[in-house]
Design a binder for this molecule. Sequence first.
Ligand SMILES: CCC[C@@H]1OC(=O)[C@@H](C)C[C@H](C)CCCCC(=O)CCC[C@@H](CC)/C=C/C=C(\COC)CC[C@@H](O)[C@@H](O)C[C@H](O)CNC1=O
Length: 157
Amino acid sequence: MFYYIIIALFIIALDQWTKWLIVKKMELGESIQVIENFLYITSHRNRGAAWGILQGQMWFFYVVTIVVIIGIIYYMYKAARGKWLLGVSLGFMLGGAIGNFIDRVYYKEVVDFINTYILGYDFPIFNIADSALVIGVGMLMIQMFKEERELKEKTNG
Ligand SMILES: CCC[C@@H]1OC(=O)[C@@H](C)C[C@H](C)CCCCC(=O)CCC[C@@H](CC)/C=C/C=C(\COC)CC[C@@H](O)[C@@H](O)C[C@H](O)CNC1=O
């Protein structure tokens, strides 16, 4: 249980440190090429959620994020005992949710800077917290499929 909180704290620290660097070192809209036509660091702000949906609906984001955080901590306490993959995925999601929550409370918008062109499509600019959330969701799905398969094997005898 305790290790998963450490993972979340590490992700929050990394997320907030990178966002602090972007805010301090870069002008809004400034872009630095990392890998041509693939990866750029672009200073960007988003007052909404993914793809900029629900711009400015801060109260909605506060409520949803707090529900998400409480749900993760409860689930971590109840279900993650002994299931390290589940615990790690919850730790990633918790870190990501809190990382963006700090931005929304402090800046009233989220700092984004990872600008990738996946298969030529200009994917929305995101940040470490988003990556941790998406990775956490992905690991949670794997854990669920694993449990599903084990359950089937057990019932099939
Ligand atoms: C990743 C969740 C987004 C994150 O949710 C959060 O904070 C949570 C904790 C609080 C929200 C209020 C609730 C979830 C809204 C669900 C949602 O939005 C659909 C998600 C789909 C997702 C599949 C899982 C795809 C991925 C997208 C992107 C991330 O790609 C890596 C693009 C990110 C860029 O648009 C960037 O500008 C976003 C900005 O940083 C603010 N981020 C958020 O709102």
